[in-house]
Design a protein around this ligand. Structure first.
Ligand code: ATP
Ligand code: FE2
Length: 328
């Protein structure tokens, strides 16, 4: 069985083609990069509308799969930016109708967990999902994926991007700060904002900019921000692990490509006798393959929707999404 999946929740338009063993047969992605400042939903959506048809072609070509060999079309139904979601859903509906294939809606956050779960071989891991818009600790419990902890203000990636632009850099900030931090030596004290299982970043943003205005060196600030922010994420992940009593952790989201974050989480998890896994970059960031794979699981469990009932859900909540393949 071969599923084509479409991702378009935020910056990235992506088409993945995956078989029943979670082998990624084809993957074609393109990220919208705003010329200045943050993401504008309508402009990102225009980017997706323009690029998705070509990405579908590229994914099919690289997978060496014909449309007749596709068994289902999956798309990210939410959560995400409305105009971006609608761009992907429209292409998915069109393909489903044109090819007479079932249409399968998928939750974007659940897809991050499922692709990491199958790649890692870990049966019931906790997910630390750290991306631009999202910062969440997610685990499966009693029939649903549940958000155990999350950011109370902005996503970690948006925080890093915003900070870097204010410090004179360009988007995306996360990888640039990672590089800059390698030359950092002094650890500046910054607000460490953990509230139970939740975190917050806006105080750190203000404090870092204030230090910069007083002349603190950028590499030192980058280093201090990384150490502080990633310690916070490691702490809430550890607290969630302690509550669950067993120790498998997977990472997802663009910020999970960060080497310092990976090594901090790995040290914590292994210190507790557990296992940590982070997917390769192309499957860690937003991608169509994770949507295709989760579409696979959902379709095998009987999920498909008629076009009339395939509206996107920008605020779709992870814990309201049924996951029958995990046994409800
Ligand atoms: P989502 O809809 O899931 O929030 P997104 O549009 O933010 O997704 P992703 O590709 O998951 O997309 O993540 C992009 C974010 O990851 C950006 O904020 C970027 O700065 C950050 N990022 C990418 N690489 C690194 C890195 N090496 N270190 C830290 N942050 C990184
Ligand atoms: Fe994501």
């Amino acid at each position: 069985m071969v599923v084509l999946g479409i991702e378009s929740t935020a910056h990235t338009a992506s088409v993945g083609i995956v078989d029943e063993r979670a082998e990624v047969l084809g993957l074609a992605s393109d990220m919208y990069r705003p010329p200045k400042g943050g993401i504008h939903p309508r402009e990102a959506a225009n980017h997706h509308v323009e690029l998705l048809p070509g990405l579908v072609e590229r994914a099919l070509e690289s997978a060496r799969v014909r449309p007749s060999e596709i068994d289902a079309v999956a798309f990210a139904q939410g959560p995400g930016l409305g105009p971006c979601l609608r761009a992907g859903a429209t292409v998915a509906r069109m393909l489903s109708l044109a090819w007479s294939k079932p249409l399968v809606p998928v939750n974007h956050c659940v897809a991050h967990v499922e692709i990491a779960r199958v790649l890692s071989g870990l049966d019931d891991p906790l997910l630390l999902y750290a991306s631009g818009g999202n910062t969440q600790v997610i685990a499966y419990a009693r029939g649903r994926y549940r958000v155990l902890g999350e950011t109370l203000d902005i996503g970690i990636g948006n925080f890093l991007d915003k900070l870097w632009i204010e410090l004179g850099g360009v988007f995306p900030g996360g990888p640039a700060i990672e590089k800059e931090a390698l030359a950092g030596q002094e650890l500046w004290p910054l607000p460490y904002s953990v509230h139970g299982m939740d975190v917050a970043f806006s105080g750190m943003l203000t404090a870092t900019l204030a230090l910069h205005a007083k002349g603190a060196a950028r590499p030192d600030l980058a280093y201090s921000v990384e150490v502080t922010a990633y310690s916070m994420l490691t702490e809430i992940t550890e607290r969630a692990l302690a509550h669950r009593g067993h120790g498998a952790v997977v990472l997802g989201g663009g910020v999970a490509c960060n080497e310092r974050l990976k090594s901090m989480v790995r040290a914590m998890v292994e210190g507790r006798g557990g296992t940590m896994y982070a997917p390769p970059r192309s499957l860690c960031v937003d991608n169509g393959a994770m949507i295709a794979w989760t579409g696979h699981l959902a379709h095998r469990a009987g999920r498909e929707v008629p076009v009339e009932a395939s509206a996107v859900e920008p605020r779709q909540r992870t814990d309201l999404v049924a996951t029958p393949w995990r046994g409800n």
